[in-house]
Design a protein around this ligand. Sequence first.
Ligand SMILES: Cc1cc2nc3c(=O)[nH]c(=O)nc-3n(C[C@H](O)[C@H](O)[C@H](O)COP(=O)(O)O)c2cc1C
Length: 290
Amino acid sequence: MARSIAILYFSGTGNTEALAEDFRNEFRKKKKKTELIRVEDLLSGKAVFRPKDHDLIGIGYPIHALSFPRIFVRFLRDLPRAQDKRTFIFKSPGDPFGNGGSTAYLRKKLNQKGYQVIYETTLVMPANVFFRYPDSMIKQLFLHAQKKIKQAVDEILHNTVRLQKNNLFLDIFTEFFNRGAHLACYLFGKEMRTTKACNLCLVCVKKCPTQNIRLEQKKIKFGRKCTLCVKCFCICPKNAVYYRGMKWAIVKPWYDLARIMKDRQIRPDHLTPRTRGYFRRFYKYLIKNQ
Ligand SMILES: Cc1cc2nc3c(=O)[nH]c(=O)nc-3n(C[C@H](O)[C@H](O)[C@H](O)COP(=O)(O)O)c2cc1C
């Protein structure tokens, strides 16, 4: 039985953070001491993580190009070694397609560092790129994720082993696609710009998890360390950050998960047995047991 739990997570726009907080709440209800640690705080030395202080580790991340975000390359490299540490993974894609991609590579890397992945769960959340889902669907997805977290916490504490079934094709495709995306972060991250609406409040500079944004000669400049988490787009109070050549890629207007969850007028009933077309697989994801 786990006594102390550490949940290490990365979240660009708040979805994975909301899930991590939910995991913490559920573990705390079971009287388990649980600590949340942001990956970027770990990398910058702001937070300390000692595997021996915990007997269960959670790792959470948003899906970027079928797998983990670029910042995880450094995270995995710097993660302190552990010994047979029980670990669970939760990932938050914006679409149930492909189960969020293979976790074979991540599991292998964690295993090499002494983290034994015993449980995985995919928690579909609103997409922060391409499509702005309706508020009622956003609420429905998050409520469903909360239900799954409750079940996951029960199962993890009862030592249930639940691992995603990967296959060779998915493993190879995911790794190929994801590495391409990491290269794209390097190449295209620099292509962010700010419009005239920018008032140099520097929120983006302060909050960028990879310290990729700086003020230079009274202008906001973007570097090559971008992890494409799109936090700068969503936190800009003036909505002034955009991606050169791909303005359409980021969802607008931005959704406020906390507001949507609080608003009683928003009913979580967008996906129904009658849902067809693009969103049909979202409904199928809702009715699947796991
Ligand atoms: C660069 C980038 C790539 C993404 N790739 C995928 C993907 O391959 N599959 C998917 O389902 N969602 C993808 N998404 C959507 C996010 O995974 C999803 O919205 C997630 O819940 C965001 O979590 P966060 O708010 O914690 O950052 C991508 C988002 C970004 C910014």
